[in-house]
Design a protein. Sequence first.
Length: 220
Amino acid sequence: MKKFNELKKRILSVLITIFMVFSFLNLSYAAGDDNSLKSLTVNLINQNPDPIFAGDVVEITLGVENAGYGVIDNAKLRIDDEFPFEVISQREVEVKNILSSSAYNNIVKYKLKINSDAKAGEYILTIKDYSTENLNVKEHEITISVNSNKNVEILNINKNSISPGEIEEFVFTLKNVGTTNLKNIDFSWEQTEDILLTVNSDNKVFIDSLKIGEEKNISF
């Protein structure tokens, strides 16, 4: 009876050991296959040109890193149009074999057009990340600064001389030579010693808009 009890204990001990081994293997497999341990980070590495002006076409370089464990295969990054950004390159890019802690060995580039009506300031660009098997979408946000390239030139003045005492019409031809559509422009002129005076009007004119490359005549 004593020998039978010892044999029973040994069999039970072996069964417990086998159960623990299988449990460990199952946990290891689950951990290795768990998408929650796979995590991408996306950061802006470079932009060309820099600074960016409204109306520019810019190429951005993104660094993609696996901040989790294991290897991420066939991840997809996507950028959709969102003011003031318009994607003019491929919207969706596939990134293969992203190793853990790869320190931005994976590089992705996009070309964007900055809307000409964009005001100077900082804008958020959203990158969508499809890196899990069940295609859950993770969003990454980067900040891009946009400057306003405002540049108006006087192309022509219709008069280069005037006789004293005469009333003449002066016409200034303005052109927007910048890369930004302009709105609410105040145009004025002045000269020393008040030799030229406006008649029945002020020396200021309000212009509601002037698009890129557009010309307008202003009369006094």
